[in-house]
Design a protein around this ligand. Sequence first.
Ligand SMILES: NC(=O)C1=CN([C@@H]2O[C@H](COP(=O)(O)OP(=O)(O)OC[C@H]3O[C@@H](n4cnc5c(N)ncnc54)[C@H](OP(=O)(O)O)[C@@H]3O)[C@@H](O)[C@H]2O)C=CC1
Ligand SMILES: O=C(O)CCC(=O)C(=O)O
Ligand SMILES: [Mg+2]
Length: 741
Amino acid sequence: MSKIAKIVYTKTDEAPALATRSFLPIVKAFTKTSNIEIEVKDISLSSRILANFSEYLRPEQQVEDALAFLGDFAKNPEANIIKLPNISASVPQLKEAISELQEKGFALPNYPDEVKTDEDKAVLALYNKVKGSAVNPVLREGNSDRRAPKAIKNYARKNPHSMGAWSSDSKTHVATMTEGDFANNEKSVTVKNATSVSIVHISEKGTKTILKENLALLDGEIIDATVMSKKALIDFLEEQYEDSLDKNVLFSLHMKATMMKVSDPIIFGHAVRVYFADLFKKHGKTFKKIGADVNNGLGNLLSKLSELPKEKRDEIRAEIRYAIDHGPELAMVNSDKGITNLHVPSDVIIDASMPAMIRTSGQMWNADGKLQDTKAIIPDSSYAGIYSATIDFCKKHGAFDPTTMGTVPNVGLMAQKAEEYGSHDKTFEIASAGKVAVVDAAGKTLLEHTVEEGDIWRMCQAKDLPIQDWIKLAVTRARASQTPAVFWLDKNRAHDAEIIKKVKKYLPEHDTTGLDIRILSPIKATEFTCERLKKGEDTISVSGNVLRDYLTDLFPILEVGTSAKMLSIVPLMNGGGLFETGAGGSAPKHVQQFVEENHLRWDSLGEFLALAVSLEHLGTTNNNTKALVLAETLDEATDKFLENDKSPSRKVGEIDNRGSHFYLATYWAEGLAKQDKDAELKATFTKIAAELKDNESKIVSELNEIQGNSVEMGGYYLPNENLTDAAMRPNATLNIILNAI
Ligand SMILES: NC(=O)C1=CN([C@@H]2O[C@H](COP(=O)(O)OP(=O)(O)OC[C@H]3O[C@@H](n4cnc5c(N)ncnc54)[C@H](OP(=O)(O)O)[C@@H]3O)[C@@H](O)[C@H]2O)C=CC1
Ligand SMILES: O=C(O)CCC(=O)C(=O)O
Ligand SMILES: [Mg+2]
């Protein structure tokens, strides 16, 4: 008998956390006879806030720092983690969560809008640990392997999602900077030997300010530094404002303010100020006085207006209305509620928003709730070209056809906070004109830029071992699937040129005979990949961290309708496995529908796929043959689930997340009953399969009949355990069958 081995299951937020409350009891019931222990770690936004503020809480309110535990555990060869999507909180989301917790009796300090005292500074530092994409970079101690499994592709080919037609006269386009941005100012070096560097600002008068010190670098580490010119950015945004008016297209801004949590909110703020330029000219001082910060969106300004006398408030509101009525039309997040693209930085996140637009004929929603061509503003030109190339392709060839198109798996460099997504602790809004230099331990300047006040300067890192591991993973995937692989690297970009040197150095260490492996610039790679995709051919994209994020939403959303259906594996560099459930987010819209209608349309397919690979990993590393049988039968159950189309419907009264879990459990039990590799499992699940089957119509109709009324969750960020568990496990018959295993 194998020893007991552990799978750590993450509890997160919003729709995925609701789904877990229904699915995890099934997982526990199915695995408990097989020497598998399921341990749950709560990394929800509320839990992460509480864990960081223990000293403000009563002892009974304090919680474990589960993220810190998982960060360590990810480096342990025994790690086997199932990671569900969590909220990467923008400041507005963080503030909402804080006030909900305060209302629930947790004496948390407010989020400091302005830092005046040392305590403010300390509190802000703690909240910064929770803000933005604070979970994934900690857990991702390995590179990324994301793909749509065959069964998912076959399902999409047979049941294609809607795909808006493209016409060659679409006015939709991408607008990006041609100078002064991160892409054009980038400089990069590879450090030969380990050292430590400091980042120093030298003012025009010669005053030196250390922005960061003692940053350790390893042998062969690539670093790059770059700067976004505030002036060039504002000029660019002003041009786009005018051009949107001229061309009568929607003004839409696509950023990743959650993951690029320092740079992108600043860029977002400039866009809001450019759009409402007259308003800021007239009332700028007042806005400062009331502490409005549009880096957190127009919504922040609107909420701060309540601090003004009614007359002033009404005057400003009328002027905002006037600016929106007379400026370019804004893309809307919710036209019914008047929420624009500029309201909340986390409402429009580029990895999901651009593909959604491309899937919808290149259109976004306008204020009248109608679809309209749009200008997609992506200020930095580093990666904007992949979207313009895809759009150009669709304009020329029409929309992709999900019934015939190929697939684009991705191998992404992301281990150990690689590249831009690890840059936020080295990103600075520059206080005054001068220079910023990266200086090594010997006092040698490695990288240097001339800067102006308000510019955004950043430094990124990519370590050598993660790069070697990424190259190896690319070859492994190309070999295993016999698919051409393209490194999306531009030899004319400073950082990419350094990476290319490493690809050329390490690729020959692998057997690549018979494989088609090439290096193409992101734009050429998009064209090459799209040509093949259209013909039904598959191409692996091997990319850096930002493109990993973009491409693993772009192609899945075009191919299978959502990135939630992706198999997303992170082979951890120390031997463990991190299994992400799909590549999508936490879909706040789904919670809203659940609360209103008691219907959860979240599809847990990504979770089924992740669990199967996790069980397989556990089985192989622990010689646990039962786990291997559970993995195999779960995969078969997922295939059957797809064949029989048991995914949640979007409509109330029809099968939802809970009903879909019932079917998965039934098919899984049937598979276990049918197999002959493990007699104990066969005996246990023969009975369970029969009970589930016998009660199918009763359970399914009951699960559908309870829908239609609102649900009380007792909170959003910290829902009430009992209420929410009861809502997600409402069926007594099903619960009795599962509890008896
Ligand atoms: N790995 C992680 O932890 C990630 C976290 N996030 C976080 O998620 C939140 C929302 O991000 P957003 O960019 O809107 O992306 P989402 O993927 O949450 O939403 C985009 C749309 O995709 C569809 N969708 C996504 N997942 C599913 C699913 N399992 N079942 C059915 N449909 C699904 C829904 O569209 P529809 O129903 O209209 O078809 C949804 O509205 C943010 O807080 C963000 O920070 C984002 C990405 C990854
Ligand atoms: O960590 C996040 O905020 C988002 C992650 C993401 O979008 C991805 O990994 O694809
Ligand atoms: Mg993503």
